[in-house]
Write a protein that binds this ligand. Structure first.
Ligand code: GLN
Length: 492
């Protein structure tokens, strides 16, 4: 094969497709080959829509040949979709036994928007069950491996999304981020992961985990592709009342325009650089800070004093919301139903006990507890108050800087089984990402180096509400001048 399409960006592919330099069918077929070669090792995909993907590409090819109307921003770009996002094609299982074989009667808004932008949906990818986890080990389907080291987890909960982009099995993937599930796996797998501001992207058709925190976002090779995808999937949706009616910029154009003008004041939160942070990760992040300083960025210290309460606050709020959201999976309407129960109560109990995995059951129990009479004030209400304090921390910090920089995760990817016995340790791997969801801010993880043992490290930029334009511009600027380049995983 002369062209290694899997190494190209979405921008490069869509431009070649638009200029008729390559047929989208050829592009898609090369990705299907790539999946066949590497997914036996990585196991990112839960469903590969080979025929359907070729069919989409042929339709696009006809449209381009006949010059029928405008060609979309993601023309011919192969995209994978996390199992938690509804698609009419294939199954939407949330990697849970309780939804095994479930077919959604409709497409999520983001999926409709991808089709409208002429992207090619190539299949669905693995995740932690109902997006609860940080390693994709909670999937009821299979384990997904980190393309940089097959003995390590890809992160989670969108581990399949991150691994599929990093392994070159697709160019863009959509994941969801409730407490770090886009940024942390992006950091572990060496790709870019963007969690937009809460309300920027419609959640219609995203199976709800914690509705006040969930947000859909893209995985990509670079910030520019992330910008293009956000312009495609973002915007007000009448079917999601929490989506916000603000103008949706053409982010890629804005990045190009803003590049030379941008002055950067970067805040480093002192609470993010303590002894909890792995020494090697810290050194790599500080190296990236130096790169940014060389580009003329001004570095200031900021403080986010309520950081130490973020994990506890998050696990009260997200479990409370999950316990309500997951009540609908009762064996009556969707998916799995326990076969031979004597009465309806037994049917509910056995369906839910057998249909949900241990982590999901733990969260439903915790969430029911924190919402119950007598505990509501002590836990749930208090957590809401701390959430407000965490939000105010960011507001104060942003008076001193335009963007906040820190690690995405305290460690690089860990080994399978390392944290499964201790849920608290697993929860702590989200320490730097969780506050961003609690404060509804946008955050992006960008690769910034490799450890001695060859594992990627990501840095996180956190932006102001609805200021993805600036966030993406800074991320892009950093990429242009980054001293340590990652390359591609040593897979094949
Ligand atoms: N790892 C976190 C959790 O287990 C975040 C998950 C997510 O963002 N969906 O809840």
């Amino acid at each position: 094969m002369s062209d290694h399409w899997w190494q190209k960006s979405a921008l490069e592919i869509s431009e070649c497709v638009k200029k008729k330099e390559v047929s989208p069918v050829e592009v898609v077929e090369s990705f299907l080959d790539r999946i066949q070669q590497v997914d036996t090792k990585v196991d990112a995909f839960t469903q590969v829509w080979s025929d359907y993907a070729v069919q989409q590409a042929k339709t696009l090819e006809k449209k381009i040949i006949k010059d029928e109307g405008e060609v979309g921003m993601l023309a011919g770009v192969p995209v994978s979709i996390k199992e938690v996002i509804c698609t009419k094609e294939g199954f939407t299982t949330c990697a849970s036994k309780i939804l095994a074989g479930y077919r959604s009667p409709y497409d999520a808004t983001v999926v409709e928007k991808l089709y409208n932008a002429d992207a090619i949906l190539i299949g669905k990818v693995n995740m932690d069950e109902f997006a609860m986890g940080s390693s994709t080990e909670n999937s009821s389907i299979k384990l997904t491996r980190n393309p940089w080291n097959l003995e390590c987890v890809p992160g989670g909960s969108s581990g399949g999304s991150a691994a599929s982009v990093s392994a070159g099995e697709c160019v863009i993937s959509l994941g969801s981020d409730t407490g770090g599930s886009i940024r942390q796996p992006a950091s572990f797998c060496g790709c870019v992961g963007l969690k937009p501001t809460y309300g920027r992207v419609s959640r219609y058709g995203l199976v709800a985990f914690a509705s006040s925190l969930d947000q859909i976002g893209p995985f990509s090779k670079n910030a520019m592709d992330s910008a293009i995808t956000l312009s495609v999937i973002g915007g007000k949706d009448p079917r999601d009342t929490t989506s916000v009616d603000l103008p949706l910029p053409n982010y890629a154009e804005q990045i190009k325009r803003g590049m030379d003008k941008v002055s950067i004041r970067i805040g480093l939160p002192k609470e993010y650089f303590t002894e909890d942070l792995n020494k090697e990760v810290k050194d790599i992040i500080m190296n990236a800070v130096k790169d940014l300083e060389k580009q003329g960025a001004e570095i200031v210290e900021v403080s986010l004093p309520h950081t130490e309460f973020a994990v506890a606050t998050y696990y009260i709020i997200c479990t409370a919301e999950a316990s309500a959201n997951l009540a609908r999976f009762d064996g009556v309407r969707y998916g799995f139903r326990h076969a031979d129960s004597k009465n309806i109560i037994e049917m509910y109990k056995r369906t839910r006990s057998e249909g949900f995995g241990p982590e999901v059951r733990r969260r439903i129990l915790l969430g029911t507890y924190v919402l119950s009479t007598g505990y509501y004030d002590a836990y749930y209400l208090k957590a809401q108050k701390v959430r407000k304090l965490i939000t105010q921390d960011f507001e104060k910090a942003f008076q001193k800087c335009d963007v906040i920089l820190g690690p995405t995760s305290p460690t690089p990817a860990f080994r399978f089984g390392e944290k499964t016995q201790n849920p608290l340790e697993m929860y702590l791997s989200d320490i730097y990402t969780i506050s961003v969801n609690l404060a509804a801010l946008p955050g992006i993880s960008v690769p910034c180096g490799l450890t001695q043992s060859g594992l990627p490290v990501g840095l996180q930029f956190i932006g102001k509400h609805f200021d993805e334009e600036y966030l993406l511009t800074v991320a892009h600027l950093y990429e242009m001048n980054r001293s340590q380049k990652l390359g591609t995983p040593p897979l094949i």
